[in-house]
Design a binder for this molecule. Structure first.
Ligand code: PGA
Length: 245
């Protein structure tokens, strides 16, 4: 795993956005795996600015998001569909048929999981997957204890995850109990992974990731087995952890 140190959140966002923009320029038909949460917001903002200023085009790009809450339709303000519309999709030229998120209100939720996997496969697989890091080590919504072999599946969210995400809802008890998430094996099949880690609150999780043996009690530790992972972390997340360059 290569670690890139950013001065602060702003620089982390710039570096991550440039990384993705270059990938899109190299391969305009790239399939990207995208993430929601506080961390990638700045990256998306820079990508939107670049699109407006330099015209980087997403017309031939395909995207797959990591996850969606069960029970929230695509027009629900707290759905990840809406998050992506607000922070990225509405301001770039990505055709709607080429953006994919799991359907949180599918009648048959298990069938939805299988079809999501099939759609990823049909697109030729994910070229670059963007990830955030949960303070408990989750990636996507794969909570501690999730088997490394999992494909897209339904999960019960950990209390700490629901608490962390309550800031996006009016009341903590509105945070859904379940979500559909790409599995760990789905994530590991991406050709390349970019993990963003920002802020002191992620320091412990980042340290665990960098020192720990791979085990299912800490989902992100699976990344040590992937051949092409870039971690972009800011100084407050790293705070004292030596960087390998
Ligand atoms: P955050 O979430 O970007 O909102 O910190 C990351 C995650 O939980 O995966």
């Amino acid at each position: 795993m290569r670690v890139i140190e950013a001065e602060d959140y702003q620089e982390l966002s710039n570096l991550a956005a440039d990384y993705f923009i270059n990938k899109i320029k190299e391969n305009p038909e790239i399939t990207l795996g995208l993430a929601t949460g506080g961390t990638p917001k700045g990256t998306y903002k820079k990508m939107v600015e670049d699109h407006a200023k330099h015209g980087t085009s997403y017309r031939r790009v395909t995207t797959f998001n990591l996850d969606e809450y069960v029970g929230l339709g695509s027009d629900h303000p707290n759905s990840y569909h809406q998050f992506m519309e607000t922070h990225l999709f509405k301001d770039i030229d990505l055709p709607s048929t080429q953006k994919h998120l799991p359907n949180g209100i599918a009648l048959d939720i298990n069938k939805e999981c299988i079809e999501y996997e099939q759609a990823i496969e049909r697109s030729g697989g994910i070229d670059v997957q963007l990830l955030g890091l949960g303070s408990n080590g989750h990636i996507g919504f794969n909570e501690p204890g999730t088997a490394f072999e999992t494909r897209t599946h339904v999960v019960e969210l950990a209390p700490s995850t629901r608490q962390a995400n309550a800031r996006f809802f009016n009341h903590a008890d509105e945070v859904p109990q379940r979500a559909i998430t790409m599995g760990i094996s789905t994530i590991m099949q991406s050709k390349e992974i970019v993990l963003l880690v920002s802020g002191e609150s992620k320091h412990h999780a980042l340290k665990e990731l960098l020192i720990r043996q791979s085990d299912e009690g800490f989902p992100a530790s699976v990344l040590t087995k992937h051949p092409h992972v870039t971690i972009i972390a800011d100084r407050s997340a790293l705070s004292g952890i030596p960087v390998n360059g």
